[in-house]
Design a protein around this ligand. Structure first.
Ligand code: HEM
Length: 401
């Protein structure tokens, strides 16, 4: 409250100055400098061994846009390289709170970077274009297989380039992506874009607490944690190729059928996931962080965590260790006529989708995941997000080495 009140007071003073510029004697400044609040002035370093926006910041920012671009026909390697160089320069500036060009300066000048991260990668369809040999495509970047029972919207799936922009301020996110779009002109055109949100920074005092999705569940409890020894191996590519230090991102726009879901009594909703709705504790007992006991049976002899519950079918122990870092964002897009399409922009990061998303999704389908009655996978994309950008390098440079 103190921060919000302080910022408001300063903005108010700015408005007063502007109003008094009508007076012939007052020399009104062109702009006012507003001191940044603790949310606005936060910087997540752009350069490093790994791209920002995958596991940093540890608590994901409150707003994100994920966008795909396609190369224009005839764009060559030089054009793509130059585009990635322009994006690198812009991303480095914007994430540090500096202007990236003339047109969007005023959008972020008075908000700071607000924890902005810009993460960039390549889709399977890029290979074979822009003089990039089809053979340079890693096996892990093979397009995702078709999963039984889903109908995907091709126009909002896939793409040559993928960009995830996230910050604790929606204006910062919008204007940063807008800047990247402008810088792509003539080389790559926007293909699709999704906007998502999660809890705002500073809303609770426990920054590390699991956040609820739009079904009301605590979502992310059993994510791999940076403090765990296996975290790096699960999320980041270890080999020596151009993807070293990178991560594969699976994007799925998953609609939630909220009317049906909300008709379900809470006890039944808990059976769908395998956890208590309010606390996130496994149905086998304990608190949110208590390890699930999948063999435990109740007095009725039934498994306390049902065999077809989402959590049981998705857990690594029943998927030969397959795991991923889920850092999705909620969406709630207004529709003509007053309705809303709501759900999850599912974003999963892993060292290899063949030992991450793919087998888990196959197991969810084969096991008739109870959650699937309340969700629809609508779109799909896979991107290879290369390793971090070292000093002097540009985004994805090693692909061209
Ligand atoms: C766990 C919700 C889709 C993989 C969970 C949990 C919830 C949840 C509430 C339990 C808490 C937690 O550990 O996070 C959802 C919703 C989805 C969705 C609402 C769609 C709208 C998916 C998909 C996958 C997936 C598509 C991967 C193919 C997982 C995994 C776990 C999990 C790996 C952790 C299981 C464990 O080890 O306990 N999900 N999920 N989820 N979900 Fe999902």
């Amino acid at each position: 409250l103190a921060v919000a009140g302080g910022a408001g007071a300063v903005a108010g003073a700015g408005l007063q100055l502007a109003a008094s510029s009508d007076q012939p004697t007052a020399a009104a400044p062109e702009t006012t400098t507003v001191p940044l609040g603790s949310v606005g002035d936060r910087i997540v370093p752009f350069r490093g061994a790994r791209q920002a926006g995958i596991s940093t910041p540890v608590q994901r920012q409150s707003h994100a846009r994920i966008a795909a671009f396609d190369l224009v026909p005839g764009a060559d390697a030089d054009a793509l390289r130059a585009l990635l160089q322009r994006w690198t320069t812009a991303a480095e500036a914007l994430t540090a709170g500096r202007p990236a060009g003339d047109r969007t300066d005023t959008m972020t000048a008075d908000s700071g970077p607000a924890g902005l991260t810009i993460t960039v990668g390549f889709g399977p369809s890029l290979f074979g274009k822009a003089d990039i040999p089809a053979g340079a495509r890693p096996e892990a970047l093979t397009p995702l297989p078709a999963f039984p029972g889903e109908t995907l919207d091709a126009t909002r799936s896939n793409g040559d380039l993928g960009v995830l922009v996230a910050a604790d301020d929606s204006v910062v996110v919008f204007s940063a992506l807008r800047t990247l779009e402008q810088l792509a002109a003539g080389v790559a055109t926007p293909r699709w874009q999704f906007a998502g949100f999660t809890r705002g920074r500073g809303v609770t005092t426990n920054e590390g607490a699991t956040v609820r999705n739009l079904m009301g569940q605590l979502d992310g409890t059993k994510n791999p944690k940076p403090s765990e020894a296996t975290f790096g191996k699960t999320v980041f590519v270890a080999d020596d190729g151009w993807m070293r230090g990178g991560s594969y991102l699976v994007v799925r726009r998953i609609r939630m059928l909220l009317d049906e879901w909300e008709d379900l009594p809470v006890a039944a909703q808990e059976q769908v996931i395998g956890r208590k709705k309010a606390s996130g504790a496994p149905l086998s007992g304990g608190v949110e962080t208590t390890p699930a006991n999948f063999g435990r049976r109740g007095s009725d002899g039934e498994l306390m965590i049902p065999a077809d519950s989402h959590m049981r079918l998705a857990t690594a122990a029943f998927n030969r260790g397959a795991a991923m870092l889920r850092r999705g964002y909620s969406f709630a897009d207004p529709q003509p006529g007053g309705g809303v399409e709501a759900g999850l922009i599912f974003l999963a990061w892993q060292a290899d989708p063949r030992t991450g998303f793919i087998p888990v999704q196959q197991n969810l389908i084969a096991g008739h995941d109870r959650l699937s009655a309340f969700t629809r996978h609508e779109t799909s994309a896979l991107f290879a997000m290369p390793g971090g950008v070292a000093t002097g390098e540009f985004l994805g440079q090693r692909l061209f080495d």
